[in-house]
Design a protein around this ligand. Structure first.
Ligand SMILES: C[S@@+](CC[C@H](N)C(=O)[O-])C[C@H]1O[C@@H](n2cnc3c(N)ncnc32)[C@H](O)[C@@H]1O
Length: 281
C-alpha cells in the first residue's frame, strides 16, 4: 500500500494527535496549526505505507508503533530555529558580568551550565566559545556543559557538531579558526567543531514538561532555556520554570528567549535585565 499524493487530516485525527503532543511535550497545537501538522507528517505517513490518518494513528498508538514511531513523531513537529550567538546580549552578560564575579568567588568548583532546549547545538557551542574565550583572557576555568532537547534528530546533529560554513559566517575569523575544522574534501562546504571542544559537552534527551532526572546530582550555575517556552501555554511555562529552579543554585542565572518572561508567574526569580533572571529561593 503506497500513496504518493498529499494526505488530508480529518478532524478526529487532528484532535487525537494534537492532544497527545500537548500532553506529552507541552507544545500547543491550536486548529490553525493543522496544515503545518499535515505537511510535516505527510512524508512519514507515505513512507510507512499508509494512505490516511486513521490507519496511521492506529499504528503509532498501537503496540509496535508506540515503541518504534510514537516517541519520534515529536521530531517532525518541533521548530528548531537557532543560531550561533543568537541574542548576543546574553553572552556579553556572561563575559562582562557573571564570569568575573563567578571566578573570584568559586574557584574551588567547576562552573555548570545547562542549555535546556539546545536544538542543533549552536547555543551550547556558543556557550562553550564564550567560556573558552574568557578562559584564554583571564586564566583557568573548569566547567561542564549539559545540552538537552526533546528532539533526537537535532540532538544527534548537535553531538556531531557539523554545520554548513554559511551558518558560521557571522563569526569573526579568529573564532572560526579556533573552534572549527574545514572538511578535508575541497568540494565540501561543511565545517566541524574541533573534537577537543565537541567532547566537552554532554548530551541528553530531556522533556522539560515532565519530571526528569539529571545525569548526576547536578545543580547548575546557569540555565539557558531560550525560545522554547513560547510553544507552551502559560501554566506549563510556570511549571517548567519552577522545575528548572530546582536544578539551579541560589543566585544562579536563568536566560530566557527574547519574547519570553516570568511576568505574572509565581516563580523564585528576580529580574536582572530583560530575559535574564536570578534564582532567589
Ligand atoms: C526554537 S528552538 C530554540 C533553540 C535555542 N534554545 C535557541 O534559542 O536558539 C526550540 C527547541 O525546543 C525544543 N523543545 C520543544 N519542546 C520541548 C520539550 N517539551 N522539552 C525539551 N525541548 C523541547 C525543540 O525540539 C527545539 O529544538
Amino acid at each position: 500500500m503506497y500513496s504518493s499524493g498529499f494526505i488530508k487530516m480529518d478532524e478526529e485525527s487532528f484532535e487525537k494527535l494534537s492532544t497527545f503532543i500537548t500532553q506529552q511535550y507541552g507544545i500547543k497545537l491550536p486548529p490553525a496549526k493543522k496544515s503545518m501538522l499535515e505537511s510535516r507528517l505527510n512524508k512519514k505517513i507515505r513512507n510507512l505505507g499508509y494512505n490516511g490518518y486513521k490507519p496511521f494513528l492506529a499504528y503509532i498508538f498501537g503496540r509496535e508503533g508506540k515503541v518504534k514511531e510514537l516517541p519520534h513523531i515529536v521530531d517532525l513537529i518541533t521548530t528548531n530555529k537557532t543560531d550561533f550567538f543568537r541574542e548576543p546580549a546574553h553572552f556579553d552578560h556572561l563575559t562582562q558580568d557573571f564570569l568575573p564575579h563567578y571566578v573570584s568567588n568559586n574557584r574551588h568548583r567547576p562552573l555548570r551550565i545547562w542549555s535546556a532546549a539546545c536544538s542543533s547545538g549552536k547555543e551550547p557551542y556558543t556557550i562553550l566559545i564564550t567560556l573558552e574565550e574568557f578562559r584564554k583572557a583571564t586564566g583557568p576555568l573548569a566547567y561542564s556543559i549539559l545540552a538537552s532537547d526533546i528532539n533526537t534528530r537535532v540532538l544527534q546533529s548537535a553531538y556531531q557538531g557539523v554545520y554548513n560554513h554559511e551558518q558560521i559566517d557571522m563569526l569573526p575569523d579568529h573564532l572560526k579558526r579556533a573552534y572549527f575544522l574545514k572538511s578535508k574534501d575541497p568540494g565540501s562546504s561543511l565545517v566541524r567543531i574541533k573534537p577537543e571542544y565537541r567532547k566537552k559537552i554532554i548530551y541528553k534527551r530531556i522533556n522539560l514538561v515532565h519530571e526528569y532526572d539529571m545525569p548526576y546530582s547536578m545543580n547548575f550555575d546557569v540555565i539557558f532555556c531560550r525560545n522554547v517556552l513560547i510553544y507552551f501555554d502559560k501554566a506549563t511555562q510556570e511549571k517548567v520554570i519552577n522545575r528548572l529552579a530546582k536544578h539551579l543554585r541560589p543566585g544562579g542565572l536563568l536566560f530566557l528567549g527574547h519574547s519570553e518572561s516570568t511576568m505574572g508567574m509565581k516563580v523564585p526569580f528576580e529580574q536582572v535585565k530583560p530575559t535574564i533572571y536570578r534564582h532567589i529561593p
